[in-house]
Design a protein around this ligand. Sequence first.
Ligand code: TRP
Length: 321
Amino acid sequence: MRVLSGVQPSGTLHIGNYFGAIRQFIELQNEHECYYFLADLHALTTVRDPDRMRALVRELAAGYLALGLDPERSVIYRQADMPEIPELTWYLSTVTSMGLLQRCHSFKDKVAQGVVPNHGLFTYPVLMAADILIVRSDLVPVGKDQKQHLEVTRDIAASFHATYGVEVFTLPEPLIRDDVAVIPGVDGQKMSKSYGNTIDIFGPEKPIRKRIMSLVTDSTPVEDPKPKEGNALYQLLKIFAPAEDREWVERAFVEGGVGYGDMKKRLFEYFLATFGQARARYDELMADPAEVDRILLAGADRARETVAPLMDDVRRAVGIR
Ligand code: TRP
């Protein structure tokens, strides 16, 4: 199977990103032909500072590589290095109805929030359809919030086929896992950049430690048993504790005698044990931007080979060739 997914460089990687998506991307590499790209053209609909844009792309690439996306096994590239993608976007946009895009939640939500929509935001799902269709991907691992975009992608492909009477695209299926744990943020809500409650994976230890120590807890005294239900600290400890410490975590909550402060210190140690290697690799990559650029350009070269026959079919279908 051919797998494709894209991630917008629009913020710093946090542990919710890892357990919610990146870990799955890494696992999929073992069984499938995977294409993973940085959706920098998409990010332009919101990121307006060019220096920040460059930094976000570099950080995201270094983060993904450090966590285990492997350029030997997967094709890893930057969307903007593939001009075929905006080219395909245009062909697709001519067979996409306005109504289809007007029905997209992502667009409607932004407008409801009072964002003055630009055309890029409106046409965002067409660019996404081009990302997906251009490599003839079978499976697209995404979060639930992207399900509609996959339906739109299939609709657009079908509309192209109906318009030109040739079947050039593969209709992709979303891969949406509902068994992935919702990672709580430091305030107990779902961890999300937009809630400002994230725990970053990379960057200096001190602010991360501080962040973990700021996790919201109740006022149960040290010696008492602690509630597990709805307790973000408990959920995070369960996720991070190594097998031999799971007992300890259970007992700490059920029997009492361990304060929340000590539990948080443990959590920070587990965090470092889990991500220590990736964090070291990240620092190396960030110190060697030329290496990151080389990997991304090599990925784009490989992706270009994959998309060439499809682009040929599409250009012929529409009569440009
Ligand atoms: N829209 C996706 C998001 O915000 C990112 C994305 C862009 C994407 N193109 C894609 C995801 C293609 C999967 C496939 O999460």
